[in-house]
Design a protein around this ligand. Structure first.
Ligand SMILES: NC(=O)c1ccc[n+]([C@@H]2O[C@H](COP(=O)([O-])OP(=O)(O)OC[C@H]3O[C@@H](n4cnc5c(N)ncnc54)[C@H](O)[C@@H]3O)[C@@H](O)[C@H]2O)c1
Length: 319
């Protein structure tokens, strides 16, 4: 099986490369290193079945096509994913989810490959239905500061379905909910690395608003298992599937668990709530259970302990 993974050097992409390699696939990774890190691929590059190309999938796609073997599956993960990063890269984020997706889909059409799009729970915006099932259409501010991400992912989904309907491309869309784990960057602005970095450094953790907003945190290995099944199961063709952990927690509760696991007293500093910040976020994963036989198996404490161990190692290495 030949697999192309865009965004291969990112947090999720690098774990996903390893997941496919462990199944004996040949993996061709593509990344422009805008937010990706070469060290994330230090294990993958030792495997002869892995190849890496530095290229921008929004602009240099001919390079990808000329260097990669014809794929059976293209998994499109390239895109900034944290609010901090997509706000400074808003145009690139819109390009990679629109032009980048179009390039991948056109290639899939030509060679008869499957296309898997990494969409997001942000497609639901600030949801008015709870928990969110795939039938819910969302509540998105089309011109707000998060719109470069939310709306371009929604466009990527619509484009995928158009290629499915018009050209018969076998597409699968994952709406990925908050995922955490080793290889997140300490300063990428997402809540889990923020809290762990701050608590490990003995600082107060920054909670935006009162901390009563909720998120559901999925460990990266669980997510990659879901993505692997979505990409490889016949039953998943033409579908959109939520991939996330339905264990919903408040942000205040997350701060408490991180401090307890690190073994420091909880100290909280409050900051202003970001514009259009979703108040509640929790996936309905009935479809993933039914179609993929998938549900997360790593509980929050276990996943956070592994993530904290990774960040401790990174801090020691940085000294
Ligand atoms: N991690 C999460 O909680 C989460 C939640 C929802 C959706 N997702 C989606 O999963 C995917 C991966 O997210 P992540 O958390 O690993 O983010 P990440 O920033 O760690 O990884 C994204 C990767 O894409 C690369 N990239 C960006 N633009 C590119 C381009 N034009 N050409 C080539 N490479 C490019 C970056 O260099 C980086 O390596 C994204 O599509 C994101 O939207 C992630």
């Amino acid at each position: 099986m030949n697999v192309v993974i865009t965004g291969a050097a990112g947090f999720v992409g690098s774990h996903l490369c390893e997941r496919f390699l462990s199944e004996g696939a040949c993996v061709f990774g593509v990344d422009n290193f805008s937010t990706g890190v070469s060290g994330n691929l230090s294990d993958a590059v030792r495997n002869p079945a892995f190849q890496l190309l530095t290229a921008d999938v929004s602009h240099d796609f001919d390079d990808v096509i000329s260097r990669a073997a014809a794929p059976d599956i293209v998994l499109h993960l390239a895109s900034a994913a944290s609010p901090l990063e997509y706000s400074v890269r808003s145009i690139e984020t819109m390009e990679v989810n629109s032009a980048g997706s179009a390039h991948c889909l056109e290639w899939c059409k030509r060679v008869g490959a499957r296309f898997v799009f990494a969409s997001t729970s942000e497609a639901y915006g600030d949801p008015t239905e709870h928990p969110q099932s795939e039938e819910y259409w969302g509540n998105v501010n089309p011109i707000g500061p998060r719109s470069c991400y939310d709306e371009s992912k929604r466009f990527g989904e619509a484009l995928s379905m158009a290629y499915s309907r018009l050209h018969g491309v076998d597409v699968r869309i994952a709406r990925v909910f908050n995922t955490y784990g080793p290889r997140m960057r300490a300063h990428d602005g997402r809540v889990v690395p923020n809290f762990i970095r701050q608590a490990l450094c003995g600082d107060a953790v920054t909670v935006y608003g009162e901390g009563s907003q909720t998120r559901s945190f999925c460990f990266v290995e669980d997510l990659c298992e879901g993505l692997y099944r979505l990409a490889t199961r016949q039953s998943a063709s033409g579908t959109v599937v939520n991939l996330g952990n339905p264990d919903e927690r408040t942000i205040a509760e997350l701060a408490e668990v991180v401090s307890r696991l690190i073994g420091v007293p909880l100290r909280v500093e409050h900051g202003p709530l970001p514009v259009d910040d979703p108040r509640r976020r929790c996936p309905d994963i009935s479809r993933a259970k039914r179609l993929l036989g998938w549900e997360p198996t790593t509980n929050l404490e276990e996943g956070l302990s592994k993530t904290i161990a990774y960040f401790r190692g990174e801090l020691v290495a940085a000294k």
